[in-house]
Design a protein around this ligand. Structure first.
Ligand code: NAP
Ligand code: ZN
Length: 348
C-alpha cells in the first residue's frame, strides 16, 4: 500500500478536509499516476452531499484526472513512465460482456467500477482524483495529446466525454440545430463540440449574464430561459436539445422547442425526479433520452478531437484549500467554466 494526501468528505453534511488515503500496490496491469490536476464536476457535489443516495465515507471525489505515469506494472503495454494520461469516471469493468465489447464499459453487465465511492473488485471502495496519486488498470487510462495542457485537459475526462458522446450519437453535424441548456462545466464543452461538428448552436441559459462567453465559445444564438418570449419564439426550432442542467427543469416547456422527430438528451442529473407530460412526446414524435458519459475508446477519440480542433475547458485553477468555496460557487451557477484543483496543493 502507498499512503497519499487527499481531500475527502468525512460525511455528507461536512465540508471536505485534508486526509490520507491508501492506494493499492501496483498489479501487473496497473499504472501509477502522479496526478497534476483534478477537475470539480457537479457530480462530485451531488455525490458527497447524498443527492443520489447514501455513500461510503470518507469519500474523496474526483473523476476528471490528468497527470503523468509514475510507474507501470510488469505486464503494462499501453503506457510508459512519463506519459501524459487521464482517468475519467470509471476504473474497471469485466471487459467481456456485450456492453464492454462494444466499447460501453459504463454499462458493464457485471457492474462497472466508478472512480470513487464504488466497490472495487478487491472489496475496497474506490477513492477519486482529489489526491496526489491514483493506481488504475491500464485499459482505463487514456492518452492526453501533447497539444492539450494537463489543466485544460482534466475536465475533458468527464465534462468533455459526457457532451461529446450524445452529440456524436445523435449524428450532429452541418445543418443540425442544437440547443445547449445550461452554460456550466458540461454546457460550455457542449457548445464547443456542437460548433466544431458544424451545427447551428443556441445556448439556453437562465440569464444573459454569460452571453459574451457563449458566443465566444461558438454559439450562434444565446437566449435567456427567464424570458417567456424564448419559449414562444423558439417553438419547434431544434433538432437536438442537450440538457446539462443540474436542477429540475420544466421538461414539457423544452420539449415544445423540438421540431417533429427531434430529441432532447438529458445529461444533467438532479437528485429529484423530472416530470413529463406524455403528450409533449406524442405530439411531434419526439424523443426524450439520457446519456451517461461515454466509453474508453470514445473518450480517447474525444481527446484527439479536442487536440485537432483546438478545444479545451475554460478553467479556474484553485488550491485544495478552496474546494469547499468552489463547491458553493458551482451551486450558485458561478463557475466559468470549470474549477480545476492543482494537485501539488493536496499536501499543504
Ligand atoms: P455546472 O457547472 O454546475 O452547470 C450546470 C448549469 O445548469 C449551471 O451553470 C446553470 O447554467 C444551470 N442551472 C443550474 N441550476 C439551475 C436551475 N435551478 N435552473 C436552470 N438552470 C440551472 O454543472 P456540471 O458539472 O456541468 O454538471 C451538470 C449536471 O450534469 C449535473 O447534474 C451533473 O451531475 C451532471 N453530469 C452528468 C453526467 C452524465 O454522464 N450524464 C456526467 C457529468 C455530469 P446557466 O447559468 O447557464 O443557466
Ligand atoms: Zn463528472
Amino acid at each position: 500500500m502507498t499512503v497519499v494526501n487527499a481531500y475527502a468528505a468525512p460525511s455528507e453534511a461536512a465540508p471536505l478536509e485534508r486526509t490520507l488515503i491508501e492506494r493499492r500496490p501496483l498489479g501487473p496491469h496497473d499504472v501509477r499516476i502522479d496526478i497534476a490536476y483534478a477537475g470539480i464536476c457537479h457530480s462530485d457535489i451531488h455525490t458527497v452531499r447524498g443527492d443520489w443516495g447514501s455513500q461510503y465515507y470518507p469519500l474523496a471525489p474526483g473523476h476528471e484526472i490528468a497527470g503523468t505515469v509514475a510507474e507501470i506494472g510488469e505486464a503494462v503495454t499501453r503506457h510508459a513512465v512519463g506519459d501524459r494520461v487521464g482517468v475519467g469516471c470509471m476504473v474497471n469493468s469485466c471487459g467481456q460482456c456485450r456492453n464492454c465489447l462494444r466499447g460501453e464499459e459504463q454499462f458493464c453487465t457485471e457492474g462497472v467500477v466508478f472512480t470513487y465511492g464504488s466497490p472495487d473488485r478487491d472489496g475496497t471502495v474506490t477513492q477519486g482524483g482529489y489526491s496526489e496519486q491514483v493506481v488504475v488498470t491500464e485499459s482505463f487510462v487514456v492518452r492526453i495529446p501533447d497539444a492539450l495542457a494537463l489543466d485544460v485537459a482534466a475536465p475533458l475526462l468527464c465534462a468533455g466525454i459526457t457532451t461529446y458522446s450524445p452529440l456524436r450519437h445523435r449524428k450532429v453535424g452541418p445543418g443540425t440545430r442544437v440547443a445547449v441548456v445550461g452554460l456550466g462545466g458540461l454546457g460550455h464543452m457542449g457548445v464547443q463540440f456542437a460548433r466544431a461538428l458544424g451545427a447551428e448552436v443556441t445556448v439556453l441559459s437562465q440569464t444573459l449574464g454569460k452571453q459574451d462567453d457563449g458566443l465566444r465559445l461558438g454559439a450562434d444564438h444565446y437566449r435567456a430561459t427567464s424570458d417567456p418570449a424564448t419559449f414562444t419564439e423558439l417553438r419547434g426550432s431544434f433538432d437536438v436539445i442537450l440538457n446539462t442542467v443540474s436542477a429540475v427543469i420544466d421538461l414539457d416547456a423544452y420539449l415544445a422547442l423540438l421540431d417533429a422527430g427531434a430529441a432532447m438528451v438529458c445529461v444533467g442529473a438532479p437528485g429529484e425526479p423530472l416530470e413529463v407530460g406524455v403528450m409533449s412526446l406524442i405530439n411531434g414524435n419526439k424523443t426524450l433520452a439520457g446519456s451517461n458519459i461515454g466509453g474508453i475508446r470514445e473518450t480517447q477519440e474525444m481527446l484527439d478531437f479536442c487536440a485537432e480542433h483546438g478545444i479545451g475547458a475554460e478553467i479556474e485553477v484553485i488550491p485544495a484549500s478552496e474546494i469547499n468555496a468552489a463547491y458553493e460557487r458551482v451551486l450558485a451557477s458561478d463557475v466559468r467554466y470549470r474549477f480545476v484543483i492543482d494537485a501539488a496543493t493536496f499536501s499543504g
